[in-house]
Design a protein around this ligand. Sequence first.
Ligand SMILES: [Zn+2]
Length: 334
Amino acid sequence: MSSNLFLPNHDFLAHTLATDKCSFEVIEQGGMRVCFRATGVLEFSPNHSVEHALVLSAGVHGNETAPIEIINNLVTAILAGHIQLQCALLVILGHPQAMRQEQRYLETNLNRLFVEFRRRSTFEPSVELTRANLLCSLVDDFLMRHGQAEKLHLDLHTAIRGSRKERFAIFPYVENRTYLQQDIQLLLAMGIEATLLMHKAGSTFSSYSGLQHGARSYTLELGRVRPFGQNDLTAYQNVYDALAAWLCEPGCLVKPDRKMEFYSVRSEVIHTGEHFKLMVAADQENFSEYLPGELVWRDLQQEYRVRERPELIVFPNPHVEVGHRAALLVQKNN
Ligand SMILES: [Zn+2]
């Protein structure tokens, strides 16, 4: 069936990189329906009723290739009948135009545009805003059609910056929301060792599905950015295996061999102006530790030093615009 869907290309990724043309025909095979919803977006619907609906996305940043290749391999396995799907599944390759150029984005960071429609409509037009509008409407449609199901969204990324925690998850802030132990077990099975609990509502893709649809949602940082074809996918075998197992048996509990570390945001570092100086090296790794008394940032009027407990820096970027977030300072939960 895959050859019909993607002809003349050999798989989902090759097709997405080659063309915006999609066959909008619904194909029935092996007890499920498959259809293209848009370029880079495939929906799988088992013919029987399902209790779980999963949005699985990668490539929201176009150069983050390993998760894109993992998702492509999962699609190939589903279409070949090697994975017997037991959930409704929306697979999204986030930014095909940027993927074709192996760029993070073309005009603006797509993963900052996923806010509710009224706010989105005030943003400057861009290639990314057009895509964000499309992806939001497809996610809205999919999750609303599966309103009774348990909804989960995993948005897969890799990072430009190194990290003391090679793989970590970000749990977006949604009021009164907690993570489920079964999700944490899935993340552990994927080799994720730390989960960062965000402190306020964000504008990422995973925030959107959590805030707008009450989905359990996570942004997953799975290692370093490499060009297409240069990822050692054997290093990601546990990610593939854990996702494949979940698709066959959603909510399955794999006994984890270790515990998740949880981190909470202690403060945001905001760029204060031309004299702002963030004390990070160009290659400073995520989760680098600052000890009590250590200087984190300063300008002419003020400085910030770590207080009694060590703090770790995440997503440092001294080059953001004035008034924007230059880093997060986090602490490990006891
Ligand atoms: Zn990313």
